[in-house]
Design a protein. Sequence first.
Length: 206
Amino acid sequence: MARNNLLLLILCQYLLAVGCACLRDNTPGLSDVSPQPNPMFVTSNNPDYVWDRIIDAVDDYFDIEREDPIRVYGNLVTEGRIDTRPKIAATYLEPWFHDSVTQEERLVSTCQTIRRRATVRVVPENNGFLIFTSVYKELEDLERPLGTNAGASGFTSTNTINTITNIGSDAPTSYGWIPVGRDSALEQRILLKIRYNIDNPPMTIY
């Protein structure tokens, strides 16, 4: 019996590995292992082009909630900013989503409810732009672990967050989201894609 369970576990791991390999983010240029500086400088005198290529990279991973584009007023060029909607992190059961970049991040997101949101600032600099990319992670703050057999009275920790959801349902009460730092791996992935997009203009079909 134990051997059968072990074989089943190995088979599941193999299928997951194959599935993840088939659906990996294979955008050219992402194999570059050299880390990009954050902020990353790009050379360009065309703010509209830079902005469009940044948007194209960011919306591969997030839904954009608000964008304040770069604007040119005579000799003045303003800073641009992108804010995304929070997105529940991809798990091992969702290999078609690429926001969980490392295996460790995907494993954590499979075991716990994690969400991410991103902010990108585009600051004019001499003959180009500095691109600041920040990806923030948050952990769902539940009254008790999902699927636990213990009663709610066994979890007596207090919480100062007042946002309570899921009232009246069988799921554990959610008190909101706890910041757990930044996701540098996804920041690097977005910066690499931005760099590739800017260096490789899309083909124009006439």
